[in-house]
Ligand binder design. Structure first.
Ligand code: PGA
Ligand code: ZN
Length: 437
């Protein structure tokens, strides 16, 4: 176990108090804010996110199911669980690592999908503990997470800023079905841009160019859940590609030299389980597995696409293997709903060669330690890791530190707009300066 530096006293990891509250996420739905105080007096607070197009095998969120409040989405029971049951369990307990703390909550829950205490409940405590201990040791969060991840191999020269996948247009469940594709993202070429801040600047300039183009077409400039443009006036899924490519040129950049594109199809959202077909609403087509693979192959040949997330339904392991065999050499095939940040599922995907990249979301698995495990399994097997936000976010910037602390190569934090997305990009700018990168 790595010896956390300076001020090592037993009081830095001993819980003095814990308190949770119900707050709102970026969609105006309740979520949990938890604060932990350790015996040395420092505190740490965490606010957990929540997804809209969730995978079936994510850990279960504890929600009140009381229709009289927030359509059943209140979290008062989860808050009460923390302020009573978990408080009794944790106060005065002394830990020597993040893993020990997380394991106590995992054991207290005892179910595979954290149904008893709730994944949201457990995660808020896990993240708050990480922050409290970070503060108690006088560290930055990325330093504490890196020490936890690397253990004895910790080296403060290992820090690296990620390549961002920056959202610019969105549809499907996140964007009022303006398109069938849930997310259209820019991937800055880091060989050209060299620094994260330059990549962010250029991407944001393209985002502004899209605004101008939409304005000139008299299309709506309203934003979707993750801050990307979601104009209902679009006539096809392809028109969004054309607008983005035009915006890249308009902003003074070149395709490939400066940017490629990444997509999140979130295809389980338009998969018809009964009929086993994909129903493209904007494309007005019903497609078989083979046809939707062919359509994506056509997009890849026509547009500069370097990454596609959730190209097929989350239950279709066989299809994912076929897909990766066919296209995995050309693009990143990113498993989100298929994998749900679950190490067991990453191992299954490795056996079946179903993916070459993994999306990483803390709240799909429910503790910091298990998230670090998922990243480790991903990178040690030469897959790419993409640390991701959720559509329902908070102003917590934990994931910015997480991606820097670990060998995850990519981040996906939404558009350069809306405070809950910007706060994560701004934290990366802050870290870039601190590290002198
Ligand atoms: P979600 O979407 O947070 O609504 O699940 C994000 C994604 O699909 O990547
Ligand atoms: Zn996704």
């Amino acid at each position: 176990m790595y010896k956390y530096p300076n001020k090592i006293t037993t009081t830095n990891m001993k819980i003095k108090n814990i308190h949770a509250r119900e707050i709102l996420d970026s969609n105006g739905y309740p979520t949990i804010s938890t604060e932990i105080e350790v015996w040395s007096g420092e505190k740490g607070k965490a606010e957990v996110p929540s997804g809209a197009s969730t995978g079936k095998t994510e850990v279960v969120e504890m929600r009140d199911q009381d229709p009289a409040r927030y359509k059943g989405r209140g979290v008062l029971n989860a808050v009460e669980t923390i302020n009573t049951k978990l408080k009794d369990l944790l106060v005065d307990k002394e830990f020597t690592s993040q893993r020990e703390f997380d394991q106590m909550l995992i054991d207290a829950d005892g179910t595979e999908f954290k149904e008893k205490l709730g994944g949201n409940t457990i995660l808020s405590c896990s993240m708050a503990f990480a922050r409290a201990v970070t503060n108690a040791f006088g560290l930055e969060l990325y330093e504490y997470l890196a020490m936890t991840y690397w253990d004895k191999e910790y080296d403060n020269k290992n820090f690296k800023l990620p390549t961002p996948q920056i959202l610019v247009m969105e549809g499907a469940k996140h964007g009022n079905w303006a398109t069938d594709i849930q997310e259209y993202m820019l991937v800055p070429n880091m060989e050209t841009f060299e620094t994260f801040s330059e990549a962010l600047r250029a991407s944001t300039e393209v985002f502004h160019s899209i605004h101008e183009i939409l304005d000139s077409k008299q299309y709506s400039v309203g934003l979707g859940l993750e801050g990307g443009y979601a104009p209902k006036e679009l006539t096809s899924n392809e028109e969004a590609f054309e607008i983005i490519l035009e915006a890249i040129k308009k902003a003074g950049f070149e395709i490939n030299t400066h940017f490629t594109l990444a997509l999140d199809l979130a295809s389980s959202e338009f998969f018809n389980e009964e009929k086993g077909v994909y129903h493209l609403k904007r494309g007005d087509k019903i497609l078989s597995r083979e046809e939707i693979i062919n359509l994506q192959e056509e997009w890849i040949s026509k547009y500069p696409i370097s990454s596609i997330e959730d190209p097929l339904n989350e239950d279709d392991w066989e299809g994912w293997s076929l897909y990766t065999q066919k296209l995995g050499k050309k693009i990143m095939v990113v498993g989100d709903d298929l994998i749900t940040t679950n190490t067991k599922r990453i191992k299954k995907a490795l056996e079946n060669k179903s993916i070459n990249s993994v999306l990483v979301k803390l709240n799909q698995i429910g503790t910091v330690s298990e998230t670090l495990d998922a990243i480790r399994t991903t990178v040690e097997n030469n897959l790419k890791a993409v640390v991701s936000h959720r559509s329902g976010e908070t102003n917590d910037d934990f994931i910015a530190d997480l991606v820097v602390a670990t060998p995850a190569q990519y981040c996906k934090f939404g558009a350069p707009s809306r405070g809950e997305r910007i706060v994560k990009y701004n934290r990366l700018l802050d870290i870039e300066q601190r590290l002198g990168l």
